[in-house]
Design a binder for this molecule. Sequence first.
Ligand SMILES: [Zn+2]
Length: 306
Amino acid sequence: MEPARFAVGVDIGGTKTALAAIDPSGRILARTTLATEAALGFERAVSRLTATIDDLQDQLQRRAGDLMGIGIGCAGPLDLEAGLINNPYTLTGWDRCDIVTPLRQHYHVPVLLENDADAAALGECWLGAGRGFDPVVLLTFGTGVGGAAVVRGRIQRGVDGAHPELGHMPVLPEGPSCYCGFKGCLESVASGTAIAEAGRALGLATAEEVFAAAAAGHPSAKDIVSRAHAAAATAAWTIFHTLLPQRVILGGGIMETQFDGFAAAMRHALPGATQFPAHKTSIAPATLGNDAGLVGAAALILGANA
Ligand SMILES: [Zn+2]
């Protein structure tokens, strides 16, 4: 039998870069992870990427022609049209770095770059919690709060191809100032950073400690968590009425342990809604975990949802 062709998905993060060879059915044929080591230089990173992709091909004993393309998800800011990574904030020294051209020239296949949140949303829509739903909104709660929307299988884009900045929805008038220029944004109330910041006044160092103290009945910690839940519920109300998603997926590190509390708060108001079909909307946890970006990057090439 002729072996299946495959795409390589690449997920570039601040500390780790994950790669996988994925076939059109979504099967991961081979995978590997390397340290991103952005500060050691972009050209070095490209060399290591090509060496790693060559290794994946060798492992699979595939011919060069079996590689359908390379999809790359990366933490932004990015210039999607020019294929540039403009993110010296988390990838030290990577400003106006062209990741697409060298890989395209080396492999002679399509190479596509995408924001990591959008790649993760595509991944969840292809093989995870968004499968069979449309439209889908992914909200990720981690260090920050991010998100993406997939409508009719395509990433919802704005000016310059950018995705909706769901973390910067105002949810709390006169809330904490946000780096975006506003105050009381979802991110400035319900992100891991914001929860940890609020917890410091109680002698708690991390968001995890705040959640643990709240679960143990600490009144002030419970207030911080309640405020984050209320912020998420307000944001959900806005999302439901503006994007009318069939499914909202909650992902990110915080949701690995806190999904039930956040989802309950978001669902609480739904039965009272009169202006959108609440009975057709569901809230679910992300199911692909750290693989969502990798799978979605490959989906850019395989056309699964791109
Ligand atoms: Zn903001």
